[in-house]
Ligand binder design. Structure first.
Ligand code: HAM
Length: 424
């Protein structure tokens, strides 16, 4: 075995360390909160599942399944995969726990955590990515589509994000998509396309419409679009979703060429795009997946949800010059001068923390100068300076770090003084 002198995180996997980790937490928790405010209940699910769940749920022909899965055999030879996305796992859990039989539909769930895709790493594209996602299962109501979208929009806006847009389209349903697919294939097969693109047209013709090469773009300019070939019911569903979004004041642009990387989508699909991120501009996406639950062995229930990229939202906020989150600062910093004082301050710190006040201490016995410097750097509002003589007199120095004023206060009363001061 070769000996390495230092270890680094796996390629394409970001670490979040202070102070940037505060942005990460603020984004994740802010997006979760938007969902909680709309009645979504938290689910905590495994980060690995049977490989077949994703193959069946996400679709064998997708890049996510065919090229990007982190798959491994356990010690018994059973194949598991680190979850590349959240929807399939949520469906599995809903079926397993009988939530699909619930009398109270829709079942509304929110989740957050890491997902794994073996992609070529680049700015904003990671092999371990973090999402906040919601799934609303069991009611095929355009108002629910609009709610899901509005929750994402509200989550981004509450974080201060501004320069993003919502792109939306309808992928139709089983009554119109097969016919449209044939129509599109007929159109594509008549074009002078290269072999590779022809193959793609045979397997997943929709993806050819998303081809970024100018020559292909030009060739497909007049291609038939799903949105012009929707069934009456899919069309009416889509129009109602847009109507609700208008009423809610959620701005959108219809992008009939939108292609999502997962196979389960039907009807409403959408993406949130941020232009400050370069190539990896998708900060979130989702849609309806009305056949997925039945496909995975559950009741024939409809569903809609989203996955919002936490990493990319952090980057988008930074690109706008509005980093999220406050760096973790404690309001109070203890400066002990001597061992007995240290112990007393530790007890006081525990008391104050129990009262909800953040307290940090100078450790390592570094003398008053170094400890006061640490208090300064910590950003605390108050420093507590305790020496052996103070301890004998049962007082403590309370220093206001902004003004520099320091006064002696009774040690037994300082907790109450700080609580009164900092709570207000
Ligand atoms: P997705 O579009 O594959 O959808 O991923 C959602 C979001 O995750 C993307 O918009 C992006 O912000 C972020 N993301 C994806 N891959 C990466 C990556 N390699 N690096 C950084 N961020 C990434 C889903 O996963 C669906 N499960 C969403 C959904 C829920 N649809 C219905 N319900």
């Amino acid at each position: 075995m070769t000996k390495t002198s230092s270890f680094t995180a796996p390629k394409g996997v970001p670490d979040y360390v202070p102070p940037a980790s505060a942005e990460f937490v603020a984004v994740r928790d802010g997006l979760i909160r938007a969902a909680t405010l709309a009645g979504y209940g938290h689910v905590e699910l495994p980060i690995f599942e049977e490989t077949a769940l994703f193959a069946r749920g996400v679709g064998e022909s997708t890049d996510v399944v065919s090229k990007e899965m982190w798959t491994f055999a356990d010690r018994n030879g059973q194949s598991f995969t680190l979850r590349p996305e959240g929807t399939a796992g949520v469906m599995r859990a809903v079926i397993q726990h009988g939530l699909d039989k619930s009398a109270q539909l829709p079942v509304k769930l929110v989740y957050a955590g890491p997902f794994f895709r073996y992609e070529r790493p680049q700015a904003g594209r990671y092999r371990q990515l973090q999402q906040v996602g919601v799934e609303a299962i069991g009611v095929d109501d355009p108002a629910l589509d609009a709610e899901v979208i509005a929750v994402a929009d509200a989550g981004y806006r509450a974080l201060g994000l501004r320069d993003f847009r919502l792109e939306i389209t309808s992928l139709g349903d089983e009554t119109c998509r097969p016919q449209y697919r044939e129509l599109l294939q007929e159109f594509l097969f008549d074009l002078p396309l290269d072999e590779e693109t022809r193959r793609r047209a045979a397997i997943n013709p929709l993806r050819v419409l998303d081809d970024k090469r100018p020559e292909v773009k030009q060739l497909t300019e007049r291609a038939p679009l799903m949105i012009d070939h929707l069934s009456e019911s899919a069309k009416s569903h889509f129009e109602q979703v847009l109507g609700y979004l208008d009423a809610l004041g959620v701005p959108y642009v219809v992008n009939p060429r939108m292609v999502r990387g997962l196979d389960y989508y039907t009807k409403t699909t959408f993406e949130f795009v941020h232009d400050g991120l370069g190539a990896q501009s998708g900060i979130g996406g989702g849609g309806r997946y009305d056949g997925l639950m039945a496909e995975l062995g559950g009741a024939a229930l409809s569903g809609i949800g989203f996955g919002l990229g936490v990493d990319r939202t952090v980057l988008a906020l930074r690109a706008e010059g509005r980093p999220a989150g406050d760096t973790a600062t404690c309001a109070v910093f203890g400066v002990p001068l001597g061992d007995a004082a240290k112990q007393r301050l530790m007890v006081l710190a525990a008391q104050l923390r129990a009262a909800g006040i953040g307290v940090d201490l100078a450790y390592g016995g570094r003398g008053i100068k170094g400890a006061m410097k640490a208090a300064d750097r910590s950003g605390a509002k108050f420093a507590l300076v305790l020496g052996d003589r103070d301890l004998a007199e049962n007082t403590v120095g309370l220093k206001d770090m902004a003004t520099g004023d320091q006064r002696q206060v009774p040690l037994d009363e300082v907790a109450a003084i700080l609580v009164a001061d900092l709570a207000g």
